[in-house]
Design a binder for this molecule. Structure first.
Ligand SMILES: [Zn+2]
Length: 260
């Protein structure tokens, strides 16, 4: 019997290729390590990257020479770990390089700022309220000849200023009325995030985080350590809350990180 290492379909002995996956068949699935494409890296940069991955425990890898790059493959079971260490390596050593050159797995860290909306609303209230009141005051002062504005028809100016002022103040009042609801939303979102963070902390002792995850902190700068811890936390929080959006997960992870 022959097997496809990718889709695991069985074939007769005389077969050599999987018709679906177009990969070579192997006689024994258990002894076969399926390699997964990790990254394409310029040959000049590859030596240090490979050293770093080896040092981090990624020992099963293949180098496939392409034009002026190597395609680096790692064993499927090491893939996730390799991506994490790769991120660290890139962060530490290759930040100036064009990301198109090496990145396979894009790192996204969009964070939900639940408070921004409320503070935006507050500044809208202030601005529109202030300007609107000012315009109304001008209309009033002009209409009663206290501070006459020369060169314009008094009634027209009063109407135009009055309408503008009422619109501005109206926007301020309407926004102010919405702040309560928005603030409540922020509070319930905050509570949800807190619950998620507490749920995670309950599961793991944060003091032992480095130990539990066998993170070698020697030689890692703060930024690289952040990437590494962030990725690990993200995977674990995601496992706990598989349905939560990435933005929520990221926010929870930011909070957890600050508490480590
Ligand atoms: Zn197959």
């Amino acid at each position: 019997m022959q097997y496809c290492p990718k889709c695991k379909t069985e074939y007769e002995d005389h077969a050599t290729m999987c018709v679906d996956c177009e990969v070579a068949l192997v006689p024994n699935l258990e002894e076969h390590t399926f390699m997964k494409d990790l990254v394409r890296v310029k040959i000049n940069d590859s030596e240090n990257m490979i050293k770093y991955l080896e040092y981090s425990g990624i020992t099963k890898y293949e180098k496939v020479k392409e034009k002026d790059t190597y395609l680096l493959k790692v064993a499927q079971e090491d893939y996730e770990k390799a991506v994490t260490y790769l991120n660290v390596f890139i962060h530490e050593n290759m930040e100036e390089t064009d990301p198109e050159d090496y990145y396979l797995d894009e790192y996204t860290s969009e964070v939900v700022d639940t408070k921004a909306k409320v503070s935006d609303m507050k500044s809208t209230v202030l601005t529109f309220g202030f300007v609107g009141t000012g315009i109304l005051l001008l209309a009033f002062l002009n209409f009663f000849d206290i501070v006459p504005i020369p060169g314009f028809n008094k009634l027209m100016l009063t109407i135009v200023f009055g309408v503008l002022g009422v619109i501005f103040v109206g926007i301020a009042v309407k926004t102010q009325a919405g702040i309560g609801d928005a603030a409540e939303q922020v509070n319930s979102k905050e509570a949800e995030l807190d619950d998620m963070a507490t749920g995670y902390k309950f599961k793991y002792s944060m003091e032992n985080f480095y130990k539990e995850h066998k993170i070698k902190t020697d030689g890692l700068d703060e930024g690289a350590l952040y990437f590494l811890v962030f990725d690990l936390l993200k995977k674990e929080v995601k496992k706990m809350y598989p349905k939560a959006a990435d933005t929520i997960i990221n926010t929870v992870v930011e909070r957890l990180y600050e508490e480590i």
